[in-house]
Design a protein around this ligand. Structure first.
Ligand code: PMT
Length: 220
């Protein structure tokens, strides 16, 4: 039995990594597979929501019934999210956005030292913080972020929730077997702006998605 408790709600979800081009064949990225964000999009659609999924490059099929917008870089993701947030009731930012990008992406493939005679160095510059921008203009919307942390999970995630003006943050343990990047299961703690918290046991990402939607549903 799946409740239709999100009927009439518009949910904007991000998933996957971003890719920041060094040259036409190389990039900076991370290990996000998109599994967690796609599981939330699929669960929300099943529960009656109208879902827009802004996805970085992943190897997953778009969930049925979900409007999927594919992007590459953090700046593309920022454009898509800020463009779609006006009509959203709920925003859930699962994507692992690259914090930095090469300052000057080359338009031709960079040659090796034996051809150029020079060591390669790449200047990097900071990407926009999409969730912070969303938090600034959230108004009535319910905004949730994720924080992948190896240590001081609750402290680090709480800082991010406060800095980005979120209603909740999902503190995601990474660096342990079966949790975080690429795994089919996840170990998370839900933290809310009012100081409450819920420790969720290790479960399938689909079960984590439903537990997250249950918590958001109560607070709408
Ligand atoms: O995709 P999977 O393989 O299933 O893995 C899932 C996951 C581990 C990627 C996911 O569960 C997760 O934890 N995502 C957050 C990754 C992270 O560490 O985010 P962060 O701490 O860099 O950022 C905190 C929040 O700000 C996130 O909601 C992020 O989307 C957002 N952010 C960060 C930087 C930036 N420039 N813009 C942002 O919007």
């Amino acid at each position: 039995f799946v409740p239709c408790d999100f009927t009439g709600k518009k949910i904007l979800i991000t998933a996957g990594p971003t890719r920041e081009a060094i040259d036409p064949v190389r990039y900076i990225s991370n290990h996000s597979s998109g599994k967690m964000g796609y599981a939330i999009a699929e669960a929300a659609e099943k529960r009656g929501a109208e879902v827009t999924l802004v996805s970085g490059p992943v190897a997953l099929l778009p969930p049925l019934g979900v409007e999927t917008v594919r992007v590459e870089s953090a700046r593309d993701m920022a454009d898509a999210v800020l463009g779609a947030m006006d009509t959203a009731d709920i925003i859930i930012k699962v994507a692992a956005v690259a914090d930095y990008r090469p300052a000057d992406s080359r338009d031709k493939k960079i040659k090796k030292k034996d051809q150029t005679g020079e060591d390669l160095s790449i200047n990097i510059t900071e990407n926009p913080d999409i969730l912070r921008a969303v938090g600034k203009k959230k108004q009535h919307r319910f905004v949730a972020g994720f924080a992948a942390e190896t240590n001081d999970l609750v402290e680090n995630a709480t800082l991010k929730m406060d800095r980005k003006n979120l209603d909740m943050i999902v503190a995601n343990k990474v660096g342990v077997e079966g949790s975080g990047f690429e795994a089919d299961t996840n170990k998370v703690t839900f933290l809310f702006r009012d100081g409450t918290r819920r420790d969720v046991p290790l479960m399938d990402k689909s079960a984590v998605a439903h537990a997250l939607l249950d918590e958001i549903g109560i607070r709408l």
